[in-house]
Design a protein. Sequence first.
Length: 254
Amino acid sequence: RKVEMQLRAALEHESLSLHFQPLIDLASGRIIGAEALVRMRAADGSLVSPASFIPLAEETGLILPLGDWILSAALRQLAQWRRAGWDDFVLAVNISGIQFRQSQFVPRLAEMLEVCAVPGRFLELELTEGVLAEQSVDAIAGLQQLKALGVRLAIDDFGTGYSSLSYLKRLPIDRLKIDRSFVDDLPGHAGDVAITRSIVHIARAFDLAVTAEGVENQAQRDFLRELGCQSAQGYWFSKPVPAEALEVLLREGH
Ligand code: G
Ligand code: G
Ligand code: MN
Ligand code: NA
């Protein structure tokens, strides 16, 4: 298939890159981190969305080399930012379930952290509820090994999966990311207000960080801030941008 061939070529010719979306502390308005999001450049120069090639990479197993490339590129960038003085900054990386379940995942990550000399606590891995809902012995052991490296763990798209809340008390989670679908219609939609408020309260009760995703306007930002939601991402603050553009935002002191 076309996308598969493009992806194979991209892995060989390094026509992959990372974009970064800033994570904003809502109380201060400052950038406290970023989420890395992979991009693929097609032969004609256009950018192909990961929404089309990640599922395909998962089907074909290409997610393993791709995931390795993403993690090591993200850590190299983070190390460079740390050397430039942005040393209080957490970088989040999305991890596919297939990648997480690979037996060599933790040892490889440990090696990458060491090579880049980045303390584990400045890396956050975003997992979806599907991965956590398993609660298999292996999955729990994997999460504990990641915590032993100091790595932070976030639940991505929180509220959209099998939301058995029981895993919150069993698993070593650090952050809930409120899915964009609940943020879209804030503050006017009573159901979404109730869901968002509940997630913020759950996060507080479990002493977890909480991030609202997909904040696109000031009304959403103000509402979430008043709700006590600690942090947010979204087009209102910045789209995912190349590393140099994120550096401009950091220098401006956002
Ligand atoms: O940036 P956006 O169009 O950037 O991403 C679309 C989808 O692809 C999202 O669901 C996002 O989580 C996923 N995605 C983006 N980058 C990565 C990545 O580096 N790894 C994985 N596993 N998924 C990613
Ligand atoms: O699944 P995950 O949360 O990792 O996906 C992040 C996706 O959300 C990426 O495709 C990213 O480009 C997109 N995104 C980030 N901020 C916004 C936003 O404010 N609005 C919309 N519509 N998409 C966003
Ligand atoms: Mn994510
Ligand atoms: Na998400």
